[in-house]
Every structure is written in C-alpha cells, then in structure tokens.
Design a binder for this molecule. Sequence first.
Ligand code: ADP
Ligand code: GLC
Length: 495
Amino acid sequence: MNIAFVSSEAFPFAKVGGLGDITGALPKALDKLGHKVKVFIPKYSLINFNNHKLEYVAEVGEMPIRVNGKSYVTRLFKSYLPGSFVDIYFVDCPHFFHRKDHTGNDVIYTNHQDEDERYVLFSKAVIEAIQRMKWLPDIINCNDWQTGLLPLLLRDNYSWDRFLDPVATAFSIHNIGYQGRFPKSLMLKAEIRAELFYPNSPIEIMGTVCFMKAGLMYSDVINTVSPTYAAEIMTSDYGEGLEGVLSYRVNDFYGILNGIDTEVWNPETDKMIPVNYNINSLEGKYENKKHLLNSMNLPHYKNTPVIGMISRMVGQKGFDIFAESVYDLMRLPVQWVILGSGEDRYENLFRSLQQMFPDRIATWFGKNEQLAHLIEAGSDMFLMPSLYEPCGLNQMYSLIYGTVPIVRKTGGLADTVKDWDEYSYRGDFSGNGFSFYDYSAFALFKSVERAVNAFYNHDVWIQIVKNGMISDFSWENSAQTYLKMYESAINKRRG
Ligand code: ADP
Ligand code: GLC
C-alpha cells in the first residue's frame, strides 16, 4: 500500500508534543510491515537544512500556491526519518513557516492572524506535490486540525484531477480540544465554495469554519488515539461540540492506541541516560536517580521517592487540581522534578514552590529532550492528572522505564494504567500504577498518597515496577490496525 502521512509535526525535526512522536514512529512501523510511506510536514525555520540533510526535490520544482488571493512560491525538500528508509518531505514557504514568538524563538504554531492561511497553504501544497510526484497514494492519512481541510480540498477544489479519484483519506484526531475554528473569511482565503457554509454544514460550527469538522466529514475513515478517548468524545462532556459529528460517523470511527518508538524510548539502549538498565538490573535505575537529583540541584535522600512530571503546562494536563492539592502533596515525604512550560499561572506556581521548598522540588522551564529521558529513567513515580488525555505517551514511557505512573483514569491513561490496589483487591497482582477517576484535588492527593505508601513496601513496589516494565507498547500491533482501517477506507472509495 502507498501511504501519505500528513502532519504539522514530526520528531526529531519539529515537535511540540505527542503528535511529533507519532509522526516520527508510526510511518516507520508501517514501512517495516512492507508498505511505502511518505511523510509531509511544513519546513519551519527551526528545521535546519544542514543538520537534517534536506535535499531539494527538483522533480516537483517550484509550485505556485494561491492563498487569500496571493500566489506563493512553494518548494519541496526531502530527508529520511532517522533509522529508516521512510521519506519525509518538507513544504517550504518562508512567508508562512518562518515564524518567531515574542521572545525571538523560532516556533511551530503561532497566534498570528494568518494561522489558518499557513495550513491552507500546507494542505494545498501537499496535494499539488502528490500530483507532480507521479506517485499515487492509496491513502492520505491527515492528522489534527492543521490538515483537516485537505480531504475537502481534495474532493472539491481538486476534483477536476481524475487521477486523484481513487485516493482514499483518513483523518486522525490527536486532540479534539484544538479544532481550528476560524471566521467565515477563511472560505474565500481557501477558495472553498460559498455554498458549503450554512448552519451545521459539513464545515460549519457556531458560525465559524472548522478545519477539524471538515476533516471528520470529508474523510473516508476517521480515528482517534485510544479506545477510551474514542468513547469519551462521542459524549458532550468530552466532545467539545463535535460529539454529534462523531456519532454520525460512528461506523467509520476507530479508536487505535498509540504505540511508542522503542528505538528512542528503551532503558536498555537509551543513549540519553547515564546508565542503561533493564528489569534484571534495577540498580542502574537508582544510579539514574542520583544523576537526576544531582543535575536538578536536589539533595539525594535514601528512601525518599521522586515524582516526575513532563508536560505542556495547560489546563488539559490537570494542573488546576494539582495546584489545589499542592500543600497537601508537599506534606508527603516526596521530592518532585518537573519539566515543562506553558501558562504563566502554572509556571508561577512552580517558581514559588521552588522557593518555598528548595530541597524538595525543582523545575526546568522549557523544552529539554535529554532531561525528559533522565526524568523517565531516574524518577520512582510519574504524575499525569489529566482532565482529558487522548492517548498520552509519558505514562507508557514511564511504565517501560520502571517509573510507576499515577494518572487520572481518562482516555489513553485508562487504557494503559491498571490500578494496583483495585486489581490486587480482586486477587489480580498485575497492576502497574495508581489511578483515580474524579477530577478533584482530593482524589489526586489520595492516589499519590497510596503510591507513596506502596513505595515503602519493597516487595509490592518491585512487583508494580516490574509489571510496568514487561509491557509491550511497540507500534506493530497498532500499525496493523491502522492498515485494516486504511483498507476499509480504500474499499469504500473504490466501491
Ligand atoms: P501531548 O501531546 O498532549 O503534549 P503526550 O503525552 O502525547 O502529550 O506527548 C508529550 C510528548 O512531549 C512526550 O514525548 C514528552 O516527553 C514531550 N514533552 C512534553 N514537554 C516536554 C518538555 N518540556 N521537554 C521535552 N519533552 C517534552
Ligand atoms: C495529543 C494528545 C496526547 C496524545 C498525542 C499523540 O497531543 O494530547 O494525549 O498522546 O496527541 O497522539
């Protein structure tokens, strides 16, 4: 099968969160199963031509792409996903993809006036590149709102090209909280037929044009990244206004759990951590703990558990209930290592906690890939109290690094973490973490407390750690399910 995988992020070239990890890994798994995959992402200014050995694709040449009445010269560059033969193509248009934030750092996403235009250009350029490459994909897999207009443009604006008729489309939701809703003026900017905008039309929601809704309505099949999240977003509590659309498409809607890239995340081979270890050499993990505490300027106490967090500091990730329970949490005999950045109110919370408890909590603000690996390897526990979590990757990294996750039972967290107490009470000792259901400060505190108590029972703790480490989250199974979904899309399209 020929598969075009279209995304706004790809590790290690450009990553904000989990979408980058998925785009860097799933295509490799599909390739290993014998399929030809080509990945497409924008050529952001933070992607360095030399470091990543980008080559100009002369065969495609200069593509004039029209957005908001103007034509922009767009080029294609090519490289490989590291450790594979999977082609990755970069859509280069400096006007749209060379962007900085207010501090002068190169960024991927912006809140600029033309955020919609940036991804209209990207979607059109991917379609036109495919036309020029004379490589016909059987399926185009779009991801998240940035690529939501592509299936519509393909079927409408480019329907004159009969060559594209048999090309099926899939749309994957990684986060329904970001839908790409823009004013009606987007219709003209993107050259979408005016007749398609009316109340509750396939692209309209609450008077706006919604990229994600278009993706969900115009694709042959749709999916999200865990079975529990798939069920959750069909309800009004989690669907963010798109629950009706998902119910309408329920027969074509799949929940497929993400995998992880075990070439990047594996404590036995991880090059970013000081000491490699496995289930039979857990001493190595304790060496990493010392390195972690040392690098964060925290004292090392024997027998004090360390809890790690690595997260975008936004409401989705449960920082509200963390803030509410923080003084109770700080009464527990625990050290905290936090990595992330985001909203000021949360960053400020961690700044003041650091001042109040300098030997108990340390935070690194910003992105730090290496520290992320060290936190996974060196922490005893990992906290993810998410309000919602489509899949979540860090709890899976934690499990295989022997770092016991404490999570809210939602989305992919519910699908991967089995509560130790809940299961052992039933006589099943396969629990691999701690979880709570109510989105409340009290429930969060209680499960951290339960985990800390378990930590002091050495035998129980080692059992929980090992239950996590034997998990298999490799991509192969999920990649097979993606292929089944692609096949059903292709059958639908070709009748
Ligand atoms: P989301 O995509 O919602 O942010 P995921 O759990 O799916 O959540 O993926 C987050 C990814 O981003 C993980 O690979 C995590 O390690 C990484 N990450 C998040 N914040 C940082 C940071 N500050 N530095 C390095 N990596 C980070
Ligand atoms: C989103 C979700 C996260 C998921 C990731 C990759 O960013 O917030 O839960 O793991 O996409 O699918």
